[in-house]
Design a protein around this ligand. Structure first.
Ligand code: ADP
Length: 403
């Protein structure tokens, strides 16, 4: 079955068509600047036709989806003859609140529930909903599945997910830690178990999803028991542009000093902070930061050191939370590709009995590779994530028996 995977942002839409038979990608692409002007980039991966970018007016998400479907069925570059060859659509949904603990087939009640938790992710969930409605309008008979970023973390116990606030804030507004990147944490923790010939129930795994956004999770015997992101993806690690953990009093202090609203300060924490802020605005991209660091730039050096230190602290915390750890996995843009940043982290981990083969680490980029030595007490592995494939697989699992 061909599965169309849709990841809708407020002004963008990423898509892939994946075959459930072998997980291969038939086509993929991106619609950008939706509602502003517009462009679609499309790639027929199956026939190696390369990327093609077309600048065209895209007034809304419905138009974007119709452009995607046109490209997929195009006589020249398409990968299907008609829309009946798409068996199902899998939608990435950022926030499932407490309602969704796993992926679900979309019906009216699911749409209503996604709408109800939109307050928790005001930038993302409305865009995700728009994507679903646009697909439903153009493919009314195709089953659709919602795959939530938060779902995998719903197994966290209250002692991990509750903030130490007056209880009414949880009861009235559902303010608690939710966690994100769940599709990736689930996929990587399951794949790593498979790699070691174990069931997820047999392992204590720490997954470090280190991309532009970044989070760590503690997966004990197949279940997430803690993760570094919170009510929103701002909590936890130092990220590309997000501060991660800080004293909440910073918000009112800056608001007072600069005559800003709390909202404006939080925007700054989301968009101008992290390694971008620490490097004095140099870059949020780790390649730029390493180049500057190697040329002696002190701000870039501090940014990378502070970033790695925070990851190392979370690994220590989660080893404690699980009373041990069997496997530490690195994934996402930085985790998969950046051996120097990985080294900054693992240099803290000797106390866990971890030894790393530096040469193997240095040669590992974007592929599955154990980087710890044979006698290391804890396995350390690089395992590329694949959120689109994970969404396609979850979607297929839910729709394959539908009639
Ligand atoms: P997100 O999905 O959160 O946008 P990604 O997982 O795609 O992020 O990671 C993007 C980040 O990965 C980039 O900002 C860049 O810093 C880093 N990255 C990607 N490739 C490399 C590389 N070869 N070396 C170092 N860093 C890299």
């Amino acid at each position: 079955m061909n599965i169309l995977v849709i990841n809708c942002g407020s002004s963008s839409l990423k898509f892939q068509v994946i075959s459930s038979d072998d997980g291969s990608v038939l086509a993929k692409g991106l619609c950008e600047r939706i509602g502003i002007d517009g462009a679609i980039t499309y790639e027929n991966v199956r026939d190696h036709l390369g990327k093609e970018k077309t600048v065209t007016q895209i007034e809304d998400h419905k138009k974007a989806i119709s452009l995607v479907l046109d490209a997929l069925t195009d006589v020249k570059g398409g990968v299907i003859r008609n829309l009946n060859e798409i068996g199902a659509v899998g939608h990435r949904i950022v926030h499932g609140g407490e309602k969704f603990t796993k992926s679900v087939v979309i019906d009216d009640s699911v749409l209503k529930a996604i709408r109800e938790v939109s307050d928790l992710a005001p930038l993302h969930n409305p865009a995700n909903l728009t994507g679903i409605l646009a697909c439903q309008a153009l493919m009314p008979n195709t089953p659709m599945v919602a795959v939530f970023d938060t779902a995998f973390h719903q197994t966290m116990p209250p002692k991990a997910f509750m903030y130490a606030l007056p209880k009414k804030y949880y009861e009235q507004y559902k303010i608690r830690r939710y966690g994100f990147h769940g599709t990736s944490h689930k996929y990587v923790s399951e794949k790593v178990a498979e790699y070691y010939g174990k069931k997820p129930e047999e392992l204590k795994t720490i997954v470090c999803h280190l991309g532009n956004g970044a989070s760590v999770s503690a997966v004990k015997y197949g279940k997430c028991i803690d993760t570094s992101m919170g009510l929103t993806p701002l909590e936890g690690l130092v990220m590309g542009t997000r501060s991660g953990d800080l004293d909440p009093a910073v918000v009112s202090y800056i608001a007072d000093k600069e005559n800003k609203s709390a909202y404006e300060v939080v925007q700054m924490l989301n968009k101008e902070s992290g390694v971008l802020g620490l490097s004095n605005g140099l870059s949020s991209d780790f390649r730029d930061l390493w180049k500057a660091r190697n040329e002696g730039n002190k701000d870039a050096t501090l940014a990378l050191d502070a970033w790695a230190y925070r990851v190392a602290k979370y690994i220590g915390a989660y080893a404690a939370a699980m009373n041990g750890v069997d496997v530490i996995a690195f994934t996402a843009g930085v985790g998969e590709n950046d051996c120097d940043s990985r080294k900054l982290i693992y240099d803290y981990l000797g106390y866990l009995g971890i030894t790393i083969d530096d040469a193997v680490n240095a040669a590992t980029r974007g592929k599955v590779q154990e980087i710890s030595t044979k006698d290391s007490k804890v396995k350390v592995i690089v395992y590329p994530t694949n959120e689109e494939l994970a969404i396609a697989q979850e979607t297929y699992a839910l729709v394959k028996d539908l009639k």
